[in-house]
Design a protein. Sequence first.
Length: 204
Amino acid sequence: MGNLFAQSDAWSGGFFELTFELPQETKSLANVILAKLWSMPSLNGCYLKRDIEPEQQEKLSPINFQNNGHWYGVANLPIGKQSCCGTVWTEYENDGYWITFYLPLGYLAHVYNIGSYPFKAEKQDISVWMIEVNNWLVNIARQIHSIAKFELGIIGFEVDYFEVKKQLEKGLPNERWDGLLIAKDKVLEWLPPTIYDSPHVIHR
């Protein structure tokens, strides 16, 4: 696999994420979902340590292991290259269980021309790589949805899912940086972002 996990900037720069709320708040369902996710052909995992290369540590399955923190692995991206990746599931007392699958921008920058994303820069076209990664994450989400009918999924940079959920209660925003996966008639509908641009501005 080469130098993936231990590369100096591999896990830096923030995360491009797919996150969704579990339809039932149970640890056992979270384990089933994570086991399904990590068994997908496009992923290799999962592992407990992100500073040791995958081939140098034991490969585990979430279905038989209680771990409330992060799992790590290798993503086989549609461009034909690999990136390190991870998952985390989190329990919020009043806001349910959420699972997040993420790709670190530090390593994505070795695979795609992401420029200065998530910061704005002149003459920077980020739509090409983002559309490809979005579509790849949508495919993962739909495979998960086949076993766990979650109502809402969000794809974007370090998603504020509570804020997005609050906005959706008022209606679908006309302009958004995040892509939305909304269950409709038992099918997961993909509503891509309307803004393909960096969400942050560097103030000088």
